[in-house]
Write a protein that binds this ligand. Structure first.
Ligand code: ADP
Ligand code: MG
Ligand code: ZN
Length: 479
């Protein structure tokens, strides 16, 4: 049996974060009363006159700029004709031979191996409505709130070779669109969803195999598992001497299988033609220039910088750049303290508090400001408080947002680094434990830990441990 190689291309649909729909002023708000955000334009009434949403065009162009695409200053909306009950106009407004962005790429880091995934095109389109079958035994309903919501579809080249690569590409894309405020990226609400095209071919072959298309995968995990399943299924088909059928398949997450949904349409089935009601989209050179300049450092570049700056592993730095507010927060705090210490606070205690309180790892939902983490990091480094006390007081600091210096002062928790105060505790400990002192002096030096513990108990954990060790060593050493 030949060894096979998988070939994967993704089509990703991303809801643009505009307030209103693509061709009318209806709200794009998710979860409103069915059919409350609908007008004659987005319900596809004949004679209604659609007008493109400027902000949607801006966000679509940003997507292209951030993925190294060429931006077409002139692009054209086209009608994609098909019938479905959630599409009352009988056509979707999309872009066909003149999309807004083309010829881009995203660079991935696969465990240190660079991989460049080509982006064929990014086009704009409006979303369809939603059929609801679950409310009545003999009737289905249609909710048109989503009809007309602006989307970009990002079509990749068939450049990925494994499920892991597909997931990495998708995560990178997700980071970019959420980072730039292009989309809320909410996968459960369908704001970011993916169709995976999968084929296999004998290793070494250059021609593409017949592909299947896995529709509407709405989590990274589903993408991973659906593609893995599909690769294995196609291998079984070929190994049995049969042919893979080009078709659209659905992934059933509960059973972890893919099953046929329909045979695949070709572009010509849709009878695309330029929409006669909508003028071509023109982007001025000045706008394009302004939009290019507005692009900040992208998450992958920022992640690499954080890795360098704080000595972090890629997975750790990935957490810090998962949203822009968090990355900004880290960076702000790291200006005023050791970056590695600040990162450790975010990845450790802050994450734990967020988990415990059901909060997202997003500082917009927290009480603390960056200076709180910087100060806490500095107080442990300079020995004002011990690591242990820092850990103990953290939940209250996180909950209230109080500056650690103020908290420590109010509660009298500052570490004792005053030699005369500590000397007394050390002397008391030595006087109270003559047997252990004797044993220590006879060579049982392991007992040092015991003495340190005793001094710590006396000082309620506030003694500076390095100083305690030094004083004990001095005093126990003398006869
Ligand atoms: P459609 O809208 O009909 O699905 P496209 O021709 O634009 O069509 O292709 C969609 C996606 O399928 C692209 O991401 C492309 O890279 C991918 N693709 C095309 N051929 C193959 C193949 N043989 N194996 C895997 N992916 C493929
Ligand atoms: Mg497709
Ligand atoms: Zn409308």
């Amino acid at each position: 049996m030949p060894a096979y190689e998988a070939v994967i291309g993704l089509e990703v649909h991303v809801h643009l974060a505009t307030k209103s729909k693509l061709f009318c002023s209806c709200s794009t708000n998710f979860g409103d009363e069915p059919n409350s955000n609908v007008c004659e334009i987005c319900s596809g009434m004949p004679g209604a006159l659609p007008a493109p949403n400027r902000e949607a065009i801006h966000l679509a162009a940003l997507t292209g700029i951030a993925t190294n695409c060429e931006i077409n200053r002139r692009s054209v909306f086209a009608r994609k004709n098909y019938f479905y009950p959630d599409l009352p106009s009988g056509y979707q407004i999309s872009q066909f031979d003149l999309p807004i962005c083309e010829h881009g790429h995203i660079d991935l880091d696969m465990d240190g191996t660079p991989r460049r995934i080509g982006i064929t095109r990014i086009h704009m389109e409006n979303d369809a409505g939603k059929n609801i079958h679950s409310q009545h035994e003999n009737a289905s309903f249609v909710d048109l709130n989503r009809a007309g919501v602006p989307l970009v579809e990002i079509v990749s080249e068939p450049d990925m070779r494994s499920a892991a690569e597909a997931v990495q590409y998708l995560k990178e894309l997700h980071a970019i669109v959420t980072y730039l405020g292009i989309s809320d990226g909410n996968m459960e609400e369908g704001s970011f969803r993916c169709d995976a095209n999968v084929s296999i071919r004998p290793v070494g072959a250059t021609a593409l195999g017949t592909r299947t298309e896995l529709k509407n995968l709405n989590s990274f995990r589903h993408v991973q598992r659906a593609i893995e399943y599909e690769i294995a299924r196609q291998e079984d088909v070929l190994n049995a001497g049969k042919h893979v059928v080009q078709e659209t398949r659905l992934y059933d997450a509960a059973k972890n299988v893919t099953a046929p949904m329909r045979s695949k349409e070709e572009a010509e089935d849709y009878r695309y033609f330029p929409d006669p009601d909508i003028l071509p989209v023109e982007i001025s050179a000045a706008d394009l220039e302004k939009w290019r300049e507005s692009i900040p450092e992208l998450p992958s570049a920022r992640r690499n910088r954080f890795m360098e700056m704080a000595g972090l592993a890629m997975a750790e730095a990935d957490i810090l750049v998962q949203n822009r507010a968090l990355a900004d927060f880290f960076e702000e705090a790291a200006k005023a303290a050791t970056p590695k210490k600040v990162a450790a606070l975010i990845l450790g205690p802050v994450s734990r508090e967020c988990n415990a309180r059901g909060l997202p790892l997003n500082p917009q939902k927290w009480q603390i400001v960056p200076a709180v983490l910087a100060e806490l990091a500095n107080m442990t480094v300079s020995g004002v408080i011990s690591e242990k006390i820092a850990g103990d007081i953290f939940p209250e600091i996180f909950a209230t947002g109080i500056m650690p210096s103020q908290y420590v002062k109010e509660k009298g928790l500052a570490q004792i680094s005053d030699v005369s105060l500590l000397e007394k505790a050390v002397d008391d400990t030595i006087a109270a434990n003559p047997a252990e002192v004797e044993a220590y002096r006879n060579g049982k030096t392991k007992l040092m830990g015991f003495f340190v513990g005793q001094v710590m108990r006396q000082t309620k954990g506030k003694a500076n441990p390095a100083l305690v060790n030094r004083l004990l060593a001095e005093k126990l050493g003398q006869k």
